[in-house]
Structure formats: C-alpha cells, structure tokens
Design a protein around this ligand. Sequence first.
Ligand SMILES: [Zn+2]
Length: 275
Amino acid sequence: MPELPEVEVSRQGLLPYLSGQSIVGVVVRTPSLRHEIPAGLDARLTGLQVDGIRRRGKYLLIDCQSGGGGGWLLIHLGMSGSLRLVPPATPAQKHDHVDLLFAATVLRLRDPRRFGALLWHEGPDVDRHPALAHLGIEPLSDAFDGNWLYAATRQRHAPIKPLLMDSRLVVGIGNIYAAESLHLARVSPLRAGNRISRQRCGLLASAIRSTLTASIAAGGSSVRDYVHSDGGAGCFQLACAVYGRAGEPCPVCAGKVRVIRQAGRSTFYCPRCQR
Ligand SMILES: [Zn+2]
C-alpha cells in the first residue's frame, strides 16, 4: 500500500515534469473509485496550468489555481494505486482509470483495487476540503516534536501504536512505520499514550521523523523508475528491525520479535527492549 514516503517520492518525482505545464485534456475511463469521479473533469481542467504539487497526509494535491475557475485536484492512491508518466497515445491497460493529458506527457492513474480517490476542489482553500479538514499534524513538519506528542497524548488512554496510526491525530504513519519507529524509540506498542514521559515522547517523535525520512531517501534514488516504468512501488525496502520478522532475533537485544493483533492490524515488536 502506498504510504507517506511513497506519496512524497511521487510528488518530488512528478513535480519537475508537470510544474508549469498546461492540461490539454482529461480521459476518465471509470465512473468511480472509492468515490465517484467528478463529472465534467475534462471541461473543468482543460486549459488550466499545474502551478505546483503539495502533499497532505497521503493525498497528492495538484495546484491548478492560476487562471479563472481554478482549483485543486486531490489524488489518493488507496491500496493499490500508482501514478505514472507515459508518452502521449500510450494504449491504456485494464486498470488505467484516469489520464491527465499534457502536451509532452500523460499522467496516468492505475488502481486495480479501486480504493483510491480522485477529487476536485474548486477555489483556493483546499485544506478545508472534507477529505482533508479532519487530518492531524504532518509528522515531517516543524511543529511535530516531542512536546507536541506529549501534549497530544495526555488524555489518551489507548495504546500508542493505534494512536500513531490515527490520521486525525497525526497523518501518514502506516503499520510498518509505526512498528519501526516504536522499536527505534524502545517504546512498547501496548503502552498507553498518556503513560509515555515527555522525554520518551521526544525520542518517539525523532524516531518517527527519521524512519519516514530514511524511507523517502531510499525511494528518492528510484524516482525516475517510479514515475516512468511500470508503476511499481519503487525501492522502499527499509531494513526492518521488527516488521515482518516474527520469531526472528531483535537486532538490538537478540530477543525474539513477537507479533500480536492491535486494532485489527498486526503489530511486530520486541517485548524485551520495548517498554
Ligand atoms: Zn529487542
């Protein structure tokens, strides 16, 4: 599933090719993904220019505000979505649902499982769009640090791992990144949010930031492949310490990595060194 680092790498990869380019047409081959695809996209978008691409959580926000009647295109890759740049007139394959046409390239959205989303926000204030309005803090923003995490968890009795994965609190920390960050900070995924000290909140916030940053850097080397080739997830292979390693030795203490279920998801952790 595309996570924050994959979406960020897509953003960085697409930006130089699309920034300043005018949309010359839109082809929609599917009436709906997770939501209905807005009607009349071709008429609305043709002639608009891409002024930039932002990311909010796992949404890519394509800024098409310049010129009258502009707005923002919101793209979410869901479970299986990918974006590719292909040469104009490249035949569409089975799961290629939407094409954004430019003079020299085509931005193609493929999504076999159709859990992704493509939405249009008319006007400038995209952060007020219903899909974004409830989203929590960005973990790579300056505001996200130990003091923020400490304050945000004082009234939270739930275990820290599902809290970290709650996008209303903090966005873009998926299952792998939550497990790896908690291990890096030596915090147990079972510990109640409000039972983590200010100092350990600082360690955890740093661990989240460095885990996400390392993954973006790993993907960064494959940006060209990511946006040009078969649309695969690129090279995001983190050297995982605990995720997917149940029964194997913890790289820190050599204790056995355990897997449990939390909020319907698998949680991998080391009971010996995570407290
Ligand atoms: Zn350990």
